[in-house]
Design a protein around this ligand. Structure first.
Ligand code: DGJ
Length: 564
């Protein structure tokens, strides 16, 4: 019989060491990523789903570490877990080819000291359309770094999307930045995502009129875009499909032939060129360190007459599909929403292939409602009001910063985060966003339709508050967890059986270290009763419901039963 080869103990242990070492090397590092969990796409940080309760500091706050030293503790007091901070190309490459990341390291140190995560905004070629954060040596050399031209023949301070030199030079700096992030952060993972540029797009004309742009506009539409339109015909944005079909749903042709001669076609052309530029940079950056990347959009304003009044080429409702085709490496195209109809805008940007993150919006009481709605109704991965360090917001207010509406909402959302993320992954979450123009909302969830109404005055039901909001989670059959502010909530059975929903038990309470901890057991004057709902009979409701006051959002847990 052949004897098996004998290995010395030393040889065996060094083999084991080598195998363990190579496993460690090949195991994917748990860097931040997006993951589809049920119907939701969530941000995964250190292997766990993460909800970004964020805020963005003003544009140049991060150019001074001394200034940021005064800001960090206030961000913590405001209950943020994530901060959006600009890093400008000019700040890290003031001299061509010489990178200086001292500022980046200082920002990371400040964030870490305050237990905050960071989303860096790369202010490279464009910031609000304009090339104002590019280094001076780029600005001053127009022949090397070509610019966009508008109809009047005027060249504007906007780098051209069609210049390889512009693209290569910005990409070099961005790649160096991402390499640095990998080197200094892949172990600690303070940085969660990157915003690529800021509100790109051309202002002042519907498209670039430079010679290079005119030549590109006369070329055939790229095959990738046409293939995307054909493949996704049923799901592309209806207005884009209409343009394409009105021009004959062609599968080849120039921009004007494929989409028809209009300024919308100019916008599509610009969107493609910006998407290619930002998409190229994203691919190059991800080769260094592949964390999620998003864009942010200056959305169309009510007074705008056409593209160019708003930055043409930015990912808008019409052109998100163009961006998906032109820049598939960009994970999210996000809206900056300062307009009052927040609910309509998030609905335009949240799509099956475009999960929702709101990188800029408001931080007042309406901002709290926005955060609840984005996270609850659209399974958003986070919310981030802009200018969170604005001195007027930083003023000492009665009760301190943490008593402000958004910090109170964030504090509550933070305690509920595990429940929220689980409900997002099961599709068992919704939210209501109410005001005097939109006073009531039905949320079908589980076996019931949950009606959230502005909290009405018992004696005069027409009297309603200016604002109310709620986040609703179905935790089991007939069981709901509701975080609400100034609303009343009723339930209508949505499955066969007895027609009326009653409250078996209502608890006010909180999550303490992730565990539901009941406080008062609510009934009587502290809930809605049949007689309160008499006026609501027209809405076919009966039974009883919940009431939430306006001291700040609060949580109630309810178990329902049915009768007839
Ligand atoms: C939107 C931009 O994206 C921000 O950087 C900032 O300029 C705000 N507008 C100012 O309101």
């Amino acid at each position: 019989m052949k004897t098996p080869p004998r290995f010395s103990r030393a040889l065996l242990s060094s083999l084991a060491f080598l195998i363990a070492g190579s496993l460690a090397l090949s195991a994917p590092p748990s860097i931040p990523r997006l993951e589809k969990r049920g119907p939701a796409v969530q941000l995964i940080v250190d292997g766990q789903p993460y909800l970004a309760l964020a805020g963005e500091v003003s544009n140049t706050a991060s150019s001074s570490l001394e200034y940021m030293d005064t800001v960090w503790p206030k961000l913590v007091e405001m209950q943020l877990n994530t901060v959006l901070i600009a890093v400008a190309w000019d700040w890290v490459e003031p001299v061509e080819g010489k990178y200086d990341f001292t500022l980046v390291d200082g920002l990371l140190a400040g964030a870490r000291k305050n237990n905050l995560h960071v989303v860096f905004l790369w202010f490279g070629s464009w910031k609000n359309g304009i090339s104002s954060f590019v280094p001076g040596w780029v600005k001053a050399d127009q022949s090397r770094f070509p610019r966009t031209q508008i109809k009047s023949g005027k060249s504007v301070e906007i780098l051209s999307t069609l210049s390889d030199t512009n693209l290569k030079t910005d990409t070099n700096a961005y790649v160096a930045f991402m390499r640095h992030i990998r080197e200094v952060d892949s172990a600690q993972r303070t940085v969660l995502m990157i915003q690529m540029q800021n509100e790109v797009g051309l202002l002042g004309d519907s498209r670039d009129r430079s010679a290079a742009a005119e030549a590109a506009f006369a070329q055939p539409v790229p095959a990738e875009l046409l293939a995307y339109l054909q493949k996704n015909k049923e799901t592309i944005w209806p207005d884009l499909r209409k343009l394409w079909e009105a021009a004959g749903a062609r599968t080849a042709g120039t921009w004007s032939e494929v989409f028809g001669p209009s300024t919308a076609t100019d916008e599509i052309f610009m969107a493609w060129n910006y998407a290619r530029y930002l998409g190229h940079m994203t691919v190059a950056g991800k080769a260094e360190y592949p964390i999620p990347v998003f864009t942010n959009t200056w959305i169309v304003q009510p007074e705008d007459k056409g593209p160019g009044d708003y930055p043409t080429g930015c990912p808008q409702a019409l052109t998100i599909d163009v961006w998906k085709a032109g820049a598939p490496a960009i994970d999210l195209n996000c809206p900056d929403i300062y307009l009052p109809n927040f609910n309509e805008w998030v609905a335009k940007f949240h799509r099956p292939n475009n999960p929702l993150f709101v990188p800029e919006s408001k931080e007042d009481a309406g901002g709290a409602a926005n955060a609840f709605y984005a996270i609850g109704q659209h399974s958003g991965i986070g919310y981030s009001p802009f200018g969170i360090d604005n001195p007027s917001r930083m003023m000492v207010v009665p009760g301190g910063l943490s008593a402000q509406p958004l910090p109170r909402a964030y504090a509550l959302l933070a305690t509920m985060t595990p429940a929220i993320l689980e409900a997002q992954s099961k599709g068992m979450i919704g939210a209501a966003w109410l005001n005097t123009k939109l006073q009531t909302q039905d949320i079908p969830l589980g076996d019931y339709i949950v009606n959230v109404d502005l909290r009405r005055n018992r004696r005069n039901p027409a009297e309603v508050p200016a604002l109310g909001y709620a986040l609703v989670i179905c935790t089991g059959p007939g069981e709901y967890l509701i975080a609400g502010y100034y609303v009343q909530v009723t339930f209508k059975p949505n499955t066969p059986g007895p027609e009326i929903a009653g409250l078996a038990r209502v608890e006010a309470g909180n999550f303490v270290k992730g565990v539901w901890t009941p406080g008062r057991i609510l009934s009587g004057d502290d809930i809605l009763l049949d007689y309160d709902l008499a006026g609501a009979a027209a809405r076919n409701q009966s039974g009883s419901g919940l009431r939430f006051r306006n001291e700040g959002p609060a949580i109630q847990r309810v178990k329902l039963y049915r009768y007839q």
